[in-house]
Design a protein around this ligand. Structure first.
Ligand code: ARG
Length: 317
């Protein structure tokens, strides 16, 4: 049985102040899970490894993923939202792990506003990004923490390996079976040009040639097998940058799932940094830490919190 890492609230506060002083706009304490793990071809994620993963639900059913980026904002995909639906019919669940057995510590938050990007084009799927404002800021816990948004200079080379997570299908026509444990899979980044070259092999007439637009990139493998799928949309593609996780992509579309020469296509989060910050503000208010106990915590994350706090302090001198 674990316990809450008590220095975390203090650490978040100090990091907020320091990051403010350094002119960085990254959320305080973002991208640092406290716990160190189909989607097609993936496996069960360890509990707490992806604490920003949201399950977006409509009338009580999971239909899309999302990522917590601050205490009151979740980013997801535009195509997940039908403008005719009432905002009150959606909920954002955070701290979820197995959808069949809702975690004790999970939060199911009503949504107060949904912003679909004004340039979203349902034919080309460009600007497939949406922001959800939660009714109340959430309390962070070991299993509910924000991911970092990448800055303009944060980029990764092609073939770099990142992770995609979600409760989506495990094959084109196969739903994730109960207990619906959060799935994770490693995928390689495929740049826009390389991805168009793959999609231009035997192009699907419904998709056409060069379907990957400049605000998109792909991730997966030329041979297929590992991919996101229906129900993962809106969820995170996160890359580790020296121990801090950056939300590089948002699950958007694909031609089937896990097919050869058809890697999954993601929204390039970096392309929408200004739009996100324009709505959410720099948003570096420290969120309070909840005391919901997690089952899989040990002393190490607390120790590393202290080390992190200490080095951050030293580096700021
Ligand atoms: N559009 C899908 C959804 O709504 C996500 C598809 C991702 N497809 C892929 N092959 N990676 O859930």
């Amino acid at each position: 049985m674990g316990r809450l890492c008590s220095p975390l609230a203090l650490e978040l506060l100090v990091m907020t102040l320091l990051q403010g002083a350094q002119g960085s706009w990254k959320q305080a304490g973002c991208g640092q899970p406290r716990i160190s793990g189909r989607i097609v071809g993936g496996g069960d994620a360890p509990r707490g490894r992806w604490p920003w993963q949201a399950s977006i639900q409509h009338n009580g059913h999971h239909f899309c993923g999302g990522s917590l980026i601050s205490a009151q904002w979740v980013v997801s995909a535009a195509h997940c939202f039908q403008l005719s639906d009432l905002v009150s019919s959606y909920r954002v669940n955070l701290g979820e792990y197995q959808l069949s057995y809702p975690s004790q510590c999970r939060i199911s938050s009503p949504v107060s506003q949904i912003f679909v990007h004004p340039d979203y084009n349902s034919t080309w799927k460009s600007a497939d990004i949406a922001l959800l404002r939660l009714k109340q800021p959430v309390q962070y816990t070991n299993e509910i923490l924000p991911v970092c948004l990448p800055g303009p200079s944060d980029s990764f080379p092609d073939n770099h390996t990142c992770w995609v997570t979600g409760w989506g299908r495990i094959d084109s026509e196969v739903s994730l079976p109960p207990p619906s444990t959060l799935q994770e899979v490693q995928v390689q980044l495929v740049g826009t040009a390389a991805c168009n070259a793959l999609y231009n092999i035997d192009p699907d007439p419904k998709i056409g040639r060069d379907p990957v637009k400049p605000d998109m990139f792909c991730a997966g493998y030329a041979e297929g097998q590992r991919d996101s799928c229906q129900g993962d949309s809106g969820g995170p593609l996160a890359c580790d940058h020296n121990g801090t996780w950056l939300l590089m992509g948002i699950v958007s579309w694909g031609d089937g799932c896990g097919k050869p020469t058809r890697p999954g296509v993601y929204v390039q989060t970096v392309a929408y940094g200004e739009w996100i910050r324009g709505h959410t503000g720099s948003g570096s208010q420290a969120s309070t830490m909840g005391n919901c106990k997690s089952e899989t915590n040990d002393a190490r994350p607390c120790f590393s919190s202290f080390v992190l706090l200490f080095t951050t302090l030293l580096m700021s001198l």
